[in-house]
Design a protein around this ligand. Structure first.
Ligand code: SF4
Ligand code: SF4
Length: 360
């Protein structure tokens, strides 16, 4: 089965019944893939995204129409290697730990197999190498070869690192962050498109805050509709499913190209000042900061006065890519910026404007 253009993220369900309603309506709309994890929506062993999706899909009528994907990680959710936490799927460093977490997922879902299994939250070569070491994550997954159909990787790495991951030839899909204000991974998308690797674009609404501005919300989804990617939306209500379906159904009547949509966002920003365009050409940063991603929040807060941009920036400080306070002002990004921006000054301004006192 090929992925539908819009696919379902299972990280925002509000409860068991909500998950069932959303999943069933999404299937009726033709969305044929759901991404869950041991951690998403987790209250306890019985109440979590895996258990809820499994319960919603016990009916074969629904199950046969959707591919299910779950995952686990050698990492700790950030850039490090994790301590083993089976209940949430982090720190899976050897094949026995993989077996425990893999069996746990199947038991929670009450399934005998899954369609996709992802190497989760893997952002560095160190984490990938850990997964691929003899007796590690990959060997554990291969011991269960009859219980999954395809493998993918979920990552926030830079384009260059993602391309290295995909060159291993072990993965048929990559799930990566991509949206209207963060196009820093388009190079990886291009590589995958050329090599027949499925790209699932996560974070389409930039952590949700683009959804708080009607025009940006529409443009954000329509922009990704124009690219050769599948759009992973963390849907949490039937109304949101209907909205996504409306976007899909009305694309033929929508005249703007992807470039024209980016231009409209530029115009909405309403500034003649030089600003970061989130092109990603300044990567990689020795402090693992994704300058384009981080400065996109600054742009929307400063020029569109979107308080939600600042709020989301502070909430997402678990993501090393936007931890601007880790910047040591080494100047590497400024030297690489093709737009000759004063990047060091922009970073200092963004630090001052965006950080809540409690985040510093
Ligand atoms: S700082 Fe320059 S190179 Fe880096 S993302 Fe922004 S515009 Fe691109
Ligand atoms: S100046 Fe800061 S953001 Fe830029 S490369 Fe150096 S540490 Fe990274």
């Amino acid at each position: 089965m090929k992925h539908s253009k819009i696919v379902l993220g299972g990280m925002r369900f509000k409860g068991r019944q909500n998950a069932k309603d959303v999943i069933h309506r999404a299937i009726e709309c033709g969305f044929n893939y759901i991404d869950i994890s041991p951690l998403y929506c987790r209250k306890d062993e019985e109440e979590n995204s895996e258990a809820w999706a499994g319960a919603a899909l016990q009916d074969p009528y629904y199950r046969k129409q959707i591919m299910v994907s779950t995952k686990c990680a050698p990492g700790d959710g950030g850039l490090g290697l994790g301590e083993f936490k089976p209940e949430v799927g982090f720190g899976v460093r050897d094949k026995d730990q993989l077996q425990q977490v893999f069996d746990q997922s199947l038991a929670r879902m009450n399934f005998e197999k899954v369609d996709w299994y992802h190497l989760w939250t893997t952002h560095t070569m160190e984490q990938l190498n850990e997964a691929m070491k003899p007796g590690g994550w990959y060997d554990g997954v291969m011991n269960n070869r009859d219980k999954w159909t395809k493998l993918g990787v979920t990552t926030h790495a830079t384009s260059e690192i993602i391309i290295e991951f995909m060159k291993t030839g072990k993965f048929d899909a990559v799930t990566l962050p991509l949206n209207l204000i963060n196009t820093t991974r388009l190079k990886a998308v291009e590589f995958c498109n050329e090599n027949n690797i499925t790209v699932i674009a996560m974070n389409p609404l930039a952590g949700g805050f683009l959804g708080k501005h009607e025009r940006l919300k529409e443009l954000a989804l329509r922009y990704l509709m124009r690219l050769d990617v599948h759009i992973l939306i963390g849907l949490s209500s039937v109304e949101e499913v209907e909205y996504a379906k409306w976007i899909e159904d009305t694309m033929d009547d929508f005249v703007l190209s992807a470039e024209e949509m980016l231009k409209e966002v530029g115009e909405l920003l309403d500034t003649s000042e030089d600003r970061c365009t989130s092109c990603g050409y300044c990567a990689p940063c020795p402090q693992n900061i994704n300058v384009g991603d981080a400065l996109s929040y600054y742009n929307l807060y400063k020029y569109m006065h979107l308080d939600s941009a600042k709020e989301t920036f502070n909430k997402r400080q678990w993501d090393d890519g936007i931890k601007l306070n880790n910047c040591v002002q080494c100047g590497i990004c400024e030297k690489r910026c093709p737009n000759n921006l004063p990047v060091l000054q922009l970073i200092r301004d963004a630090q001052e404007m965006l950080y809540d006192e409690k985040s510093e």
